[in-house]
Design a protein around this ligand. Structure first.
Ligand code: APR
Length: 253
């Protein structure tokens, strides 16, 4: 049986779903991915001649905030006139149709919640949530074009930053705890969508899924670290694959 009908058939007996998403699910919104063709990391060094991982590291933000903010601004500019796409919407619709649905996303664009999903773990934070690096000032800013770079706190004058996880920084404890709690409860089916799966906390649920005999699915036109490990590989773009799975599922119930 072709993989799409297999997945839509399996969903009929599922009550809980974990979606694990990466930059690829926002590619159809026009956002570049990080790795692979056209990715932000494709050219190893930035125009300043330093690796992207150095420019976007917590250490650099403290040492020379204007360097880090230059690349944060590049990422925000990519999101500025973009919005969620059909893949984000379908996941939000499935959250309302199934008993228990969670989204673990590495994306900082906020598109899952913008599309209406509620149980979203933004493990790398949200680019639009700005906070002062010294006092308690916080504000959501959807468009950085009016900011002076590096932006200063209107309350205390110190540098402000997006509430995101930069390279070399710890994951937010509260979000990681939520992820651990939810994965411990287990899910009937797991989807990895649009991610190269480079981080251990993105691969980790695969071990839990195999232990519990749950179904694992990857939706990604390319092969990744996960491709040889999942039960079902769907080599398609996120929007097209989810559209077909969701349509065939609704026809079956
Ligand atoms: N549909 C599905 N997958 C797609 C699509 C699409 N339309 N377009 C591209 N992809 C896939 C690519 O084949 C690639 O495997 O999305 C994946 C994107 O991988 P990365 O660019 O590595 O993004 P991601 O896995 O989210 O990176 C994880 O790394 O640098 C950090 O913080 C950054 O959150 C990011 C993390």
């Amino acid at each position: 049986m072709e993989n799409i009908p297999k997945v839509s058939e399996l969903l009929k007996s599922c009550r809980s779903i974990l979606f694990i998403t990466g930059a690829g699910i926002s590619a159809e919104s026009g956002l570049p991915t990080y790795r692979g063709i056209g990715g932000l990391y494709e050219s190893q060094d930035t125009e300043d001649g330093i690796p992207v991982e150095t420019a976007l590291a917590g250490e650099m933000l403290y040492k020379d905030p204007s360097v880090t903010w230059k690349y944060l601004l590049q990422i925000e500019r990519n999101c500025r006139n973009a919005t969620f796409n059909r893949a984000h919407q379908i996941i939000a619709e499935m959250e309302r149709a199934f008993n228990r649905v969670w989204v673990l996303t590495q994306n900082v664009d906020g598109f899952h919640t913008d599309a209406g999903a509620e149980h979203v773990i933004e493990i790398h934070g949200n680019l639009h949530h700005l906070k002062c690096m010294k006092c308690y000032w916080r504000k959501t800013v959807k468009d950085f074009s009016g900011l002076t770079i590096p932006p200063k706190c209107p309350k205390c004058g110190f540098i402000i930053r997006p509430d995101v996880v930069l390279f070399g920084e710890m994951l937010p404890f509260d979000k990681y705890q939520t992820l651990t709690d939810q994965v411990e409860k287990g899910f009937d089916i797991y989807f990895w969508i649009g991610t190269t799966g480079v981080f251990p906390y993105i691969q980790g649920p695969l071990v839990d899924a195999k232990h519990s005999g749950s179904t694992t699915v990857e939706i990604n036109p390319d092969d990744t670290l996960l491709s040889g490990e999942v039960d079902i590989k769907i080599p398609m773009k996120a929007g097209e694959a989810l559209e077909r799975i969701w349509k065939e599922y609704k026809e079956k119930i």
